[in-house]
Ligand binder design. Structure first.
Ligand SMILES: Cc1ncc(COP(=O)(O)O)c(C=O)c1O
Length: 373
């Protein structure tokens, strides 16, 4: 293989276990697996997560949900994003739970439910300050009253999403707004409601005795901590994904030669360079050129010049003489006692771990391992 991503499903399971043990036992676990399980591959990942006992899988849209449904008929699936009108029938066809955000969705879902003689399950999303999806919190109570009147719609959950968990005051305000809505719900409706907001970034400030009875986790379960200062960075989650490639060419170039498009690096000495067989067409972000490192035989070497679609150049001048083409190169992950964290590569590329994971392209085979300890 030229370039590949190794996905350690056993590490995923251990992470899940660690996170569950760090939060109060009443907390249900909503596992966010949208965008192909953050690039880890939806089917093997969702299968392992369900086998490991998550309570609900959350995806972005109906297409992602249908893919999971083909694998497991009993697995509960929440569609986090809004459904387009033509997609409503998929809710019953694939036994999905919708995220309802607006009065307009009520008659749409009601009609589909009536046709099939079934109920549509929904979680109501409240916009408490994210300014994206959800009914604006001041209008949420009226919407709940509307839902209550409709037999064909079953309210199973209530959720909100935090805009900036690092801003404690604003997050508290969002929690307060949400609690007001929760308090307005009749006790009969509240009984089995899943109430959730906290994601990987807000877990640090999880309220232990509160109305929330579920967490909604994406990044952290994949072993990537969203923030260095997070409490959960103390949680020894393990990276689930590593990314590797091979040296296609090793060659010498004279001093003063410039490297790659735009000539953004110039060799200061006679140098040995390695051409890694991967670029931004695989997973290596364009903007990490001249900033990030690559590991070869457990040593770190700088990436020089601009990353290109299919190749990336590393400076191997200080590498041993017998280091030749064909050698394994690690861009994310461990070699011997050296490790490049995905969050470090994201920093070097001036992006965020979520985006980096989503940029690992189809060209990169995912290789699953299940028992690394
Ligand atoms: C609505 C919603 N909830 C939860 C998550 C999971 O967030 P994280 O990956 O930070 O845990 C996301 C991620 O984008 C999301 O959009």
């Amino acid at each position: 293989m030229r370039s590949w991503a190794e996905i350690d499903l056993a590490a995923l399971e251990r992470n899940l276990d660690l996170i569950r043990r760090a939060v109060p036992p009443k907390m249900k676990y909503v596992s966010v697996v949208k965008a192909d399980a953050y690039g880890h591959g939806i089917l093997p990942t969702a299968t392992r997560l369900m086998q490991s006992g998550v309570d609900l899988l959350a995806v972005a849209n109906v297409k992602e949900a249908a893919e999971i449904r083909e694998m497991g008929s009993g697995w509960p699936i929440l569609v986090l994003g809004p459904l387009l009108e033509g997609e409503d029938s998929a809710l019953l066809e694939y036994d999905l739970t919708a995220t309802l955000s607006s009065p307009a969705e009520i008659p749409r879902f009601q009609e589909k439910a009536k046709c099939k003689g079934q109920k549509v399950k929904v979680h109501l999303k409240v916009d408490t300050g994210m300014g994206r999806l959800g009914i604006w919190w001041e209008d949420a109570q009226a919407l709940i009253q509307e839902i209550e009147k409709v037999d064909e719609i079953e309210l199973r959950g209530l959720l909100t999403h935090f805009a900036d968990p690092s801003d404690l005051d604003f997050t508290s305000l969002q929690r307060e707004r949400f609690k007001k809505i929760y308090d307005s719900i009749p006790a009969s409706l509240k009984a089995d409601l899943m109430v959730h907001a906290d994601n990987s970034s807000s877990l640090l400030h999880l309220e232990r005795d509160s109305i929330f009875n579920a967490i909604r986790i994406g990044l952290l379960q994949f072993g990537v901590s969203p923030k260095k200062e997070s409490l959960f960075s103390d949680l020894p989650v393990e990276p689930v994904l590593s990314f590797h490639s091979k040296l296609a060419v090793v060659k010498e170039l004279p001093a003063q030669t410039t490297i790659s498009y735009g000539r953004q690096h110039q060799l200061t000495r006679k140098s040995k360079i390695g051409i890694v067989s991967a670029g931004y067409g695989d997973a290596i972000p364009l903007h990490c050129g001249n900033r990030a490192q690559a590991l070869v035989r457990g040593q770190s070497y700088p990436i020089i010049g601009r990353v290109t679609m299919d190749q990336t150049v590393v400076d191997l001048t200080d590498a041993p003489d017998d280091l030749l083409s064909g050698e394994k190169v690690t861009l994310i992950g461990k070699q011997e006692d050296q490790e490049i964290l995905l969050s470090k590569l994201a920093d070097d590329a001036n992006t965020i771990p979520w985006e980096l994971l989503c940029s690992i392209t189809k060209r990169v085979p995912r290789v699953y391992t299940t028992n690394r300890e």
